[in-house]
Design a protein. Sequence first.
Length: 534
Amino acid sequence: MELVWEYIVRGVMGVFFDANGAFDIIPMAMVFSGLMLGIVVGATPGLNGPFAMALSLPILISVFGVSNEALLPILGFLIGLMKGGTIGGAVPAILFNTPGTPDAFLTTLDGYPMAQKGQGLKALKISHFSSACGDTFSDIVLFLTAPVLAVLIENVLDLPEKSALIILSLSFMAAVAGKSPIKGLIIGILGMFLALMGSTLSGNGARLTLGIDALGNGLPLTSAVIGVLVIGEVFLALEDTARDRLSKLKAAVILPEGDNSFGLKDIRQIMPRICTSAAIGTMVGALPGIGTTLAATLGYDAAKRLSKHPEKFGTGLPEGVAATEAANSAVSGANLIPVMSLGIPGNFAAVFLILAVESVGDFTLGPSVFRFTAIKEIADYGTIINKDLVVAFGIFTLMVMGNFFNWTVGWWLMRSLGILARIPKTIMMPVVLLITLTAVYVQDGGFIAIWVVLAFGAMGYVLRRLEISILPFVIGFILAPKLEELIRGGYSASGGDALFLLKSPLAVFFMFTAILIVVFVSRQSAGKSESRNR
């Protein structure tokens, strides 16, 4: 236990003090700035936290550079964005019935009726309190479970089991594809295929480059992911804006007129729903690739079923707002459980945290992070320590700071952002496009990054128009190199046995579970399609 506390203290001190022992305010300031910007972004329809993280990452790297010292400030800003973006999304949903994200739609069901009654300010207070509770709860679960899970995985799993675990994670590509799990698998495999472009691990030259020398080192990871997530959305938004320009409705500003007080009586009323939804959101968030929409849906449905007056939901009930916001905010911390313990992205926000880690410093996410090696002071060699574990506890410290700023000052910014819902997309989207192209040009270097981000943007646009989830593509693109590395390592360690995966009972179990997930999701989707046709 003493060793654990030693690492925790070193991680906390690493956030507040630099390598020379001088007080360093930069990581704290970056968390605060990220949270404030995230709330602003979340309150702007058409934007969200992952969207802002995608834009910010190249800019942050160009400002702070690539070094171990830059890692915590960059991650602090991204963590703040992740937290603030979820909270701020309730502003337009409540005041203007304009959900900026799919999970915010459920907030409109009771939030907007409250605003129509003149209780918009109270609905915002409930939303902020519930979001902060859900976020804090999931972070506590992350702090307690990620190290334990990682230690178990590191001690139990070898290369075959880890390879099979990645295959199991890839099976979630079918689960997150919505109505078309088979399409999700196909798109995910396409992402894996494109991720293998460039140099091979064996060093036998480049592959799949089509004779383009600039692709010899592979596709620029950041440019490709940002292209699919951001540029594709920009193209879609510009097209939709052009179509809807003549029929655009102006939202009316609703001024508080009713009872907007929020005290202990209200907290006692909504707290049972917050607790239930926070637990649901945390469980959903811990599963790779599921996301906030399902968490919000399950949280709202559970609150309705547990209520003594379910018929009042959708008429402006505070419990409805609380249940939705607690559930979707609880996803953010829990989504980092597979990231910290396995190195597997849980959602889009986690993707950009992984990109930041891979682009900055020498920190690596995964089971080896939480290896509690003894701390030794050796002459001429300095301190022998697991530096990755120190960084991990530094990341936990940044998340605690984000929660602190959210509880103390987040509300004051949130209440004044209703006007952002009226910014037209014809202004917002071209600005986002310009910032994105400039950022990837600076980070990934030259016009190859511009061509990659535009090409992947066009791909993202097509997938959205075909109503195919882009998350399977991103999951496949991120995990393919890691899977290849593990498969190669396991093959070599087994002496060239092509069936080495089948020699481990646990690996066979993981792969069998992956097959069951794909079959179950496909049959469930087919059943829903038949019922709709009837």
